[in-house]
Design a protein around this ligand. Structure first.
Ligand code: HPA
Length: 272
């Protein structure tokens, strides 16, 4: 991690002197889900373009804001906007939000994303991520964090965190939000998958496909943080319906699930 310490030294020092409180929980809002931030008591917002060296978020629906906010008196750090490998950033840039959260003392993180669904999943479903398939990104992360170290390997056993997953299930029950469960398949992008690739994902055990989250999850768990992750299924994965995939559909479906997503996340935070 020394590389990151050196690379982002100034950015993190600046941020530490500007934060209004020490956050307990981190929340990363995925495509189209950013509006949740407006449902919280925002104490301070830091636009990421004011942070020297912070990569620019280039995707529609991803604002570049870090909010310091409260929900039911819990202190949160909320990323409205994330950095994806498919935008051309390298992995040390993509994990910066998690690294910053770690440096500020966050040890629990909820990651959210938009994903294409297959198997038992349909657009507008929320899916608790029970496991992730991500062969294609581990090597780069391994170089960054030494995934081969015993500590990183041990932390991997609880990834995502069973404790947080139980909290998420309980929150869904309490709020009467239907929450499906499944395995998230990391797709490198930048294009959506082909129907043939989705048939492969189906055969190999994936239930939802997306281009984010795993790098953050792996990095956070290697740092010893507890993570939980939720996908908002915004579209059928390629080839499952006759429709052509597009980012507009992703944004429109995310808009439809807004209410149940907000209820669920608020309750999760309450229970964490
Ligand atoms: N594939 C990959 N990423 C996605 C999708 C998809 O179908 N939907 C939203 N993000």
């Amino acid at each position: 991690m020394l590389d990151l310490d050196k690379k982002y030294d100034e950015l993190i020092d600046n941020l530490i002197s500007n934060v209004p409180f020490k956050p307990e929980i981190g929340l990363v809002l995925g495509s189209g889900l950013g509006e949740f931030a407006e449902k919280t008591k925002i104490i301070k917002t830091i636009p990421t373009n004011e942070l020297i060296g912070y990569p620019e978020s280039t995707v529609e629906g991803h604002k570049g804001f870090i909010h310091f906010a409260e929900v039911n008196n819990k202190k949160l750090m909320i990323y409205q906007g994330r950095i994806h490998p498919y935008e051309g950033y390298n992995i040390s840039e993509c994990v910066l939000p998690i690294f910053i959260a770690y440096k500020l003392g966050v040890n629990k993180i909820i990651l959210t994303n938009a994903a294409g669904g297959l198997n038992h999943l349909q657009p507008a479903d929320l899916m608790l991520i029970t496991s992730m398939i991500s062969f294609n990104i581990k090597k780069q992360l391994g170089e960054l964090i030494g995934l081969a170290s015993t500590q990183a390997r041990n932390n991997f056993f609880n990834f995502p965190s069973n404790r947080i997953n139980d909290i998420i299930r309980n929150a869904a029950l309490k709020e009467e939000v239907v929450l499906k469960e499944g395995v998230y398949w990391y797709s490198q992008g930048p294009s959506y998958e082909t129907p043939a690739e989705i048939r492969m994902v189906h055969k190999l055990g994936g239930d939802a496909v997306g281009m984010s989250t795993v790098h953050e999850a792996i990095f956070a768990s290697a740092l010893g943080m507890e993570i939980g992750a939720i996908s908002c299924i915004t579209n059928y994965a390629a080839g499952i319906s006759a429709n052509k995939l597009n980012h507009q559909e992703v944004m429109e479906t995310a808009e439809l699930v807004k209410e149940k997503f907000e209820k669920l996340i608020k309750e999760i935070i309450q229970l964490m």
